[in-house]
Ligand binder design. Structure first.
Ligand SMILES: Cc1ncc(COP(=O)(O)O)c(C=O)c1O
Length: 405
């Protein structure tokens, strides 16, 4: 079989794969605890559901413009004004099938083969593969001080004449770190001065803790012309618990949005109209579900930290937002893929290996499940790894005997 170079260079989505494995185990009746997931378990907002049901009942479900329906663009314009204090026009907005597609078409619009794209590590699993899909070169940058907070010097050291774009994701998947305001200000100004595209993946920007305020990249931008290199990406997936609806968007200069629209028009056409209606309903509707999700996630984060603080040999940094804790398990096993497989096999706890996010020895533990899952999940992991744990563990009626330490 003859497969393209790009096809061969791209790996499977580790997160989607884990979801599949988890679903299979659950279907077999296994007592699985899924601490690997990346989606809230709450219901989608009622405003999303009512917005879509009228159109669904009409049975007239048609194509939309390639860049999205006007009401959704208007909702995004209002959203951008509310959260970013920036007034944009419909020509500055494209709606896509998830933030994933918005990022993908942005990369396709700006990258040539051999171009380089920098992003801080640990990073969201899809960035390297998306860059590779464009024939370009991913350049992950691990902060030299060993923290989860990139510094300008880390980024600048990796900029070359091939650097076409930088992707910043804060709050970050997988660490939950919110990069400091000063860093966001510096990176926006640096990219503007250097003419480098800056993709701000703000998908978790409202899911933040400890009284933090959302940070607007536009506060530090000065160029709002068609030369602007700032691309802001967001989505209904996480904040409204609407992962299955597949609606995200990008805000950027009009020329770039036009090119992205042309690409999307040939790729998928506009996103499904029903989903766009639902997203419009969510963005324009009552926002209490976002605050309630945020509070739940903050509480879950606190419970997760309590559990982890009582776990010898690991290192966990308190997340500032999102729904992940990125934990250093290297004292137990520096091969995170091996460790994740071991935990799935022995105690039926699904976790995401850090190597998928560019940092081996770590596991990403998700806090978007129930408190019970968090407590029991960490207890099972501790039992499997900590030599001081008792020899037996009960999962429901099932008795596990530890014969590996
Ligand atoms: C950082 C980040 N960006 C983008 C996405 C994709 O979001 P969407 O579901 O809107 O495509 C995810 C999903 O996990 C994510 O974590």
């Amino acid at each position: 079989m003859s497969i393209s170079l790009i096809g061969r260079s791209v790996g499977e989505s580790a997160t989607l794969k884990l979801n599949e494995v988890a679903a299979i185990l659950r279907a077999k009746g296994e007592p699985l605890i899924h601490l690997g997931g990346g989606e809230p378990k709450t219901k989608s907002p009622i405003d999303a559901i009512t917005a879509v049901s009228g159109l669904l009942n009409s049975g007239e479900i048609r194509y939309t413009p390639a860049d999205g329906i006007i009401p959704l663009k208007q909702a995004v314009i209002r959203y951008t004004e509310e959260f970013y204090n920036r007034k944009v026009e419909p020509e500055n907005v494209i709606a896509s099938s998830g933030a994933k597609q918005a990022i993908m078409v942005a990369l396709q619009a700006i990258l040539d083969p051999q171009d380089e794209v920098i992003f801080p590590a640990p990073y969201w699993v899809s960035y390297p593969e998306m860059v590779k899909l464009c024939g370009a070169v991913p350049v992950p940058v691990l902060p030299e001080d060993g923290s989860f907070y990139p510094r300008m010097q880390d980024i600048e050291q990796n900029v070359t004449s091939y650097t076409k774009a930088i992707i910043i994701n804060s709050p970050n998947n997988p660490t939950g770190a919110i990069y400091p305001k000063a860093f966001i200000a510096d990176i926006v100004q640096y990219c503007e001065n250097k003419g480098i595209y800056l993709i701000m993946d703000d998908i978790y920007h409202r899911l933040i803790f400890d009284g933090r305020k959302t940070i607007s990249c536009y506060d530090y931008a000065t160029d709002f012309t068609d030369n602007s290199k700032l691309i802001l990406v967001n989505s209904v997936s996480k904040q409204y618990a609407m992962t299955g609806f597949r609606i995200g968007w990008a805000v950027a200069n009009k020329k770039l949005i036009e090119v992205m629209t042309n690409i999307q028009g040939h790729q998928t056409s506009g996103p499904p109209v029903l989903m766009q209606k639902a997203a419009t309903g969510a963005i324009n509707g009552v926002q209490s579900s976002v605050e309630s999700l945020r509070l739940t996630l903050e509480n879950n984060r606190n419970v997760m930290m309590e559990q982890l603080n009582a776990f010898d040999g690991i290192r966990a940094v308190k997340p500032d937002g999102a729904f992940y804790t990125f934990v250093d398990f290297s004292k137990y096993n520096s091969n995170s893929a091996e460790l994740a497989n071991f935990l799935l096999e022995k105690v039926r706890v699904a976790t995401m290996p850090g190597v998928e996010f560019g940092l081996d020895g770590y596991l990403r533990l998700s806090t978007c499940g129930t408190i019970k899952d968090i407590i029991e999940g960490v207890e099972r992991i501790k039992w499997a790894l900590d030599p001081n744990s008792p020899n037996e563990l009960y999962i429901g009626e099932r008795k596990l005997v530890r014969d590996w330490i």
